[in-house]
Design a protein around this ligand. Structure first.
Ligand code: DP6
Length: 332
């Protein structure tokens, strides 16, 4: 009923990356990005209004949230409360199905599910575009997990006021008819993350001489990516994704001090992706703020690709994902 809503959302992997903000407060990106929402590891989040509580109660996987994780959820709820004109505190219970230690970021699915559930619980009637803008405020990449399949997140046009800028930055679905892709994820264990992606992004924009050139080339990557998706050209999609990701990591390697997420095992997996291509398999790699490698291929080749990656990166699990659904409310 009113005041109680549960939503589910899936992670997404960017093929043209979001890296760098132009406004930290509003989470406005420096570049457009484009991703595929996955069909694995959903996050389910329930939000209940708590009329008698004087602060928010947040659990993640049944464990009370604290520190930075709690702070991010509470300030997100503050946004929803301000918009709804309702000061009530809430009880938030979020469950993420990503196995711990798998090293797969959950902020995208987490804030997409929270945006949809919190908006409903506080009585906001939002369409998908508005959900996307709202989810963006929690974590930029969450703006894309609102949508199924491929999604393009607009950085937004230059604007006079922050309110206009907020309106201009949201994701939308990108149809890719005829494409039947899979993402094979090789989990490379490299211990705890050295630098948060938030801090790494900031440092890269502030200090890397390679950042501006990458951001510029990312515009071409995006327009070529859209064309490649429209003609269902998986090889072109993969080539663009791979060069965009390697370029993003180059910007970080050139930051001062350098940010390096790629581990020795990451490069071993990249070598096996090259070998797959030499053997005639369409397989292309992308990496985010961690050592894991996500390999784009035709769904029909996914088992062969997974088998090869298992041989290359013994230890970590190898998972196969397809295009997944957008964020949605669960029926009561
Ligand atoms: C490398 O969305 O986690 O995965 O907006 O600061 O929460 P914040 O960052 P986040 O960054 C994701 C960066 C990336 C690339 C991408 O998903 O586009």
């Amino acid at each position: 009923g009113p005041g109680d809503a549960t939503a589910v959302a899936h992670p997404n992997i960017a093929l043209v990356k979001y890296w760098g903000k132009r406004d930290e407060q509003l989470v406005l990106p420096r570049v457009d990005s484009l991703s595929m929402t996955l069909d694995i590891y959903p996050t389910t989040t329930r939000v209940r209004l708590a009329p008698d509580a004087d602060h928010d109660h947040v659990t993640l996987g049944g464990v009370p949230a604290e520190g930075e994780a709690l702070r991010r959820v509470v300030s997100f709820l503050d946004l929803v409360r301000a918009r709804a004109g309702r000061p009530l505190r809430a009880v938030v219970d979020s469950h993420n199905t990503v196995p711990t230690g798998a090293g797969l970021a959950s902020s995208a699915s987490g804030f997409a599910a929270l945006a949809v559930a919190a908006a409903a619980a506080y009585g906001l009637d939002l369409d998908a575009t508005a959900h996307s803008r709202l989810a963006r405020r929690g974590s930029g990449s969450a703006s894309r997990s609102i949508f199924a399949g491929f999604a393009l997140w607009h950085a937004g046009p230059p604007t006079a006021t922050p309110a206009q800028a907020d309106l201009g930055s949201y994701a939308e679905p990108v149809p890719a008819p005829g494409l039947d892709p899979a993402l094979v994820i090789a989990v490379v264990n490299a211990g705890p993350k050295a630098v948060s992606s938030r801090e790494a992004m900031r440092r890269t924009v502030d200090t890397s001489p390679l950042y501006e050139p990458w951001a510029l080339s990312s515009r071409d990557d995006l327009s070529e990516m859209r064309a490649a998706l429209a003609r269902a050209d998986l090889d072109a999609v993969g080539e663009i994704a791979e060069r965009n990701a390697l370029g993003m990591h180059a910007t970080m390697l050139a930051a001062r001090p350098a940010v390096r997420y790629l581990a020795p095992a990451t490069l071993t997996v990249l070598d096996s992706v090259l070998q797959l291509r030499r053997d005639g398999v369409s397989a292309y790699a992308t990496m985010d703020a961690g050592p894991n490698v996500k390999v784009l291929c035709h769904r029909a080749d996914a088992d062969r690709v997974a088998h090869t990656l298992r041989g290359a990166a013994p230890g970590g699990p190898v998972l196969v994902a397809g295009p997944g659904r957008g964020a949605r409310l669960l029926p009561e």
